[in-house]
Design a protein around this ligand. Sequence first.
Ligand code: FAD
Length: 259
Amino acid sequence: TTPTPWRVADSSKLYMADLESVLHYTLRVEVARFSDLRGERLTALKRYVSVLAKYFPARPSVRNVLRNLNRWLRGVKERDLPYSAVEAVLRNKKEVPNARLMNRTIWVGCQGSQSQFRGYPCSLWLLFHLLTVQATLPKGQNASPLEVLSAMREYVRFFFGCRDCAEHFEGMAAESMDKVKSRDEAVVWLWSRHNRVNARIAGTTSEDPKFPKLQWPPPSMCPACHKKFNGQQVWDEGAVLSFFKAHFSPSNIYLDYIP
Ligand code: FAD
């Protein structure tokens, strides 16, 4: 195979290519590993698609796919669903106008220096950070503060291919996710848990040497996020939240490399 060309990315931006790639990968690869969807796994899929349809800042053609899939899944009353039926909806056999989902992955901000690094797990984090932030907008005001985090917890539990990761994540969720009382706290919870993962796996074999794990955002990206308290470097969580609302906003998503 020919090596993938290096795609230039700016770490202060988000790329739609990464975000649409994660939609493709979750819905067509990870979920597809279960030829029969039933029980809690089917519920997990429905919740995942419902938060995507509600909060993913999609281009019109992708929005149509997500809304169509969500509408269809809500109408599914069977307790058992073959994956092939999901696939048929994604293939858009009924020909809903202007509904199309990318059918391969194109990593930009999540491109690794070698193919075994970054890519999908990177984009899954980005997706859920983005969704927790989008849920703080007025359209999320009547929902439970745990709406997006619970959808993530269940997606990871029932579908995420990295089973070690899923177990660790479930451990963190079981420990403290229920303490989240607002949509802003949901953003902060996911940020701090992601940083815990970064700290735990820094220097291990899953770290891309070209993208060392850091406590994020570093001072170069968000000076206001870091403050001194009794001579110690600590986080300013209010500043982190403001930074997240700007960083994970539709206006910071770029369309580079989208075919
Ligand atoms: P990632 O950690 O994937 O981060 C992606 C991007 O998000 C970064 O490039 C940066 O722009 C931004 N970012 C970084 N930190 C934060 C933050 N705190 N908040 C918001 N944005 C941030 N790997 C393991 O080896 N062991 C595990 O137990 C494990 N558990 C995982 C659990 C989950 C739920 C997920 C999604 C992944 C897990 N992984 C685990 C994979 C690992 O976290 C990385 O995704 C992977 O190593 C790729 O790293 P990366 O350099 O692309 O950065």
